[in-house]
Design a protein around this ligand. Structure first.
Ligand SMILES: Cc1cc2nc3c(=O)[nH]c(=O)nc-3n(C[C@H](O)[C@H](O)[C@H](O)COP(=O)(O)OP(=O)(O)OC[C@H]3O[C@@H](n4cnc5c(N)ncnc54)[C@H](O)[C@@H]3O)c2cc1C
Length: 163
């Protein structure tokens, strides 16, 4: 950490927004796969956030960003922390914005059109206009690509028939 920040003031202003200051968990959430590189391993091993903040929705993100900006506290957004080059590491300390809980996925398949939303935002529209391969019935499936050493899971799945 190169500078100290008013973390206590920041925390007080956040109210009920979820934060984590357990040193072990803060260290864990302050790293990615930087250690793939012996150079980065040497240079970034000491890096650690001053606080981990885990917003649950967009308005909590806005509140966190507003307060961090007011107090001049650096923010590092983090997904799952699988980046390979220290991108998700708080190089100047400050806050890791842990977005792990912001992973609400919704897809709507109707006729030839499939809509895909993440956290309420439309991310893609897929129109299947193939003349012979398109099928208008069947089972909707979800697939996650991964490697043998990764674990992926879904929870809270709801299926709703639109007809
Ligand atoms: C074993 C392994 C295999 C991999 N294989 C592949 C592969 O086959 N193909 C491939 O493309 N990549 C691969 N990667 C790289 C890795 O999966 C990608 O970098 C991934 O996109 C990182 O996602 P993340 O959510 O973990 O982001 P993080 O590692 O947490 O962050 C990556 C960057 O995105 C920023 N960020 C994260 N969330 C947000 C957000 N919500 N808003 C704004 N910025 C954000 C972070 O600040 C950081 O700069 C692999 C990594 C590992 C460890």
């Amino acid at each position: 950490m190169s500078q100290t920040y008013d973390i206590a003031g920041f925390r007080a202003a956040l109210g009920p927004i979820r934060v984590e200051d357990n040193p072990v968990l803060m260290r864990q959430k302050s790293r990615d796969f930087y250690w793939y590189s012996p150079v980065l391993k040497r240079q970034l091993d000491h890096v650690c956030a001053d606080l981990i903040v885990t917003p649950q929705n967009e308005s909590e993100i806005v509140a966190v960003l507003k307060e961090a900006h007011r107090l001049g506290i650096p923010i590092t957004p983090r997904g799952a922390g699988t980046g390979n080059y220290g991108q998700a590491m708080p190089l100047s300390g400050g806050i890791v914005l842990n977005l792990a809980d912001m992973n609400h996925v919704k897809s709507i398949a109707r006729g030839r059109t499939m809509l895909y939303f993440i956290n309420g935002h439309l991310m893609s529209v897929l129109i299947d206009d193939h003349p012979t391969m398109f099928v208008d019935h069947g089972v909707l499936s979800i697939q996650l690509e991964g490697r043998g050493d990764n674990t992926a899971s879904f929870r809270n799945l709801w299926l709703k028939n639109l007809q």
